[in-house]
Design a protein around this ligand. Structure first.
Ligand code: ZN
Length: 252
């Protein structure tokens, strides 16, 4: 079982973490995390734990988030964020993925970041600013490979167009899930199709309903039906054949 921790950065009302128009970062992060969870559910042998508050009400302290992930013994920690430069509108643009810059930096984190980064840049349709290193709490205090994504600048007149697109945020979440599936070699759940019931002899030779019995017998005699499966729904082709047979019997 692969255990994946997802963390939508901040909380719904966290001040300072917003676009110049007042759109809060958590709102963008949350949509990505939700889409990521939906896609991860299409794979076998994967468990997901969300360490932010899914309602957004609380801005769960970072130490609580990383403690939960460590206690759960997650296989990977993925923090989803969106960037800000000056907090006023500008033309900077692009997507970044971070790994820890210290001693403890793991090659697995880098490998996962390298799978995620180009996929989310493509999903958002934004410039690829590459995999970078930083001393962020969630990267430093986690005991498992950890990455932090910055899926575009909230204070960019370019990037905000993508951030305001629910489709693009969904694509970003899907891209993260697909990158994790590649890394952990997850396999898609097999879709179970409904197997048609085997034909039963008594159904084949059942008697027609009493109120149709007379006409059904007449239809058999006219050669419109051979009288089998009297209570089974007819397909369009069966109906067509019955109509043609009825017309032919009129010409005789
Ligand atoms: Zn953030």
């Amino acid at each position: 079982m692969v255990k994946i921790v997802l963390d939508a950065g901040h909380g719904r009302g966290t001040s300072g973490k917003q676009s110049p128009d007042g759109e809060h970062e958590w709102h963008f992060n949350n949509q990505v995390v939700e889409a990521c969870m939906v896609t991860l559910k299409t794979y076998d042998n994967v468990e997901v734990l969300r360490v932010d508050d899914p309602s957004g009400k609380a801005d769960v302290p970072l130490v609580e988030r990383t403690n939960k992930a460590n206690a759960w013994k997650a296989d990977v920690y993925v923090a989803v964020h969106h960037n800000a430069n000056t907090g006023s509108w500008g033309k900077w643009t692009g997507v970044e993925t971070y790994t820890f810059n210290g001693q403890k930096a793991s090659s697995q984190s880098t490998e996962i970041a390298k799978l995620i980064q180009p996929r989310i840049a493509k999903a958002m349709g934004l410039a690829d600013r590459g995999v970078r290193q930083a001393n962020f709490h969630v990267l430093r205090e986690t005991n498992m490979p950890a990455i932090l994504t910055e899926g575009g600048f909230m204070d960019s007149v370019i990037d905000i167009q993508a951030l305001r697109s629910a489709d693009k945020l969904r694509a970003q979440g899907k891209a993260i899930a697909e990158a994790l599936a590649v890394y952990f070699k997850l396999e898609k759940k097999t879709v179970e199709f409904e197997v048609p019931m085997p034909e039963e002899e008594d159904e084949k030779n059942a008697l027609p309903s009493p109120r149709f019995a007379e006409e059904f017998q007449a239809a058999i005699e006219a050669g419109i039906t051979n009288g089998t499966y009297p209570r089974r729904p007819a397909t369009r082709e069966e109906v067509a054949v019955m109509i043609v047979r009825a017309l032919r019997s009129l010409k005789k």
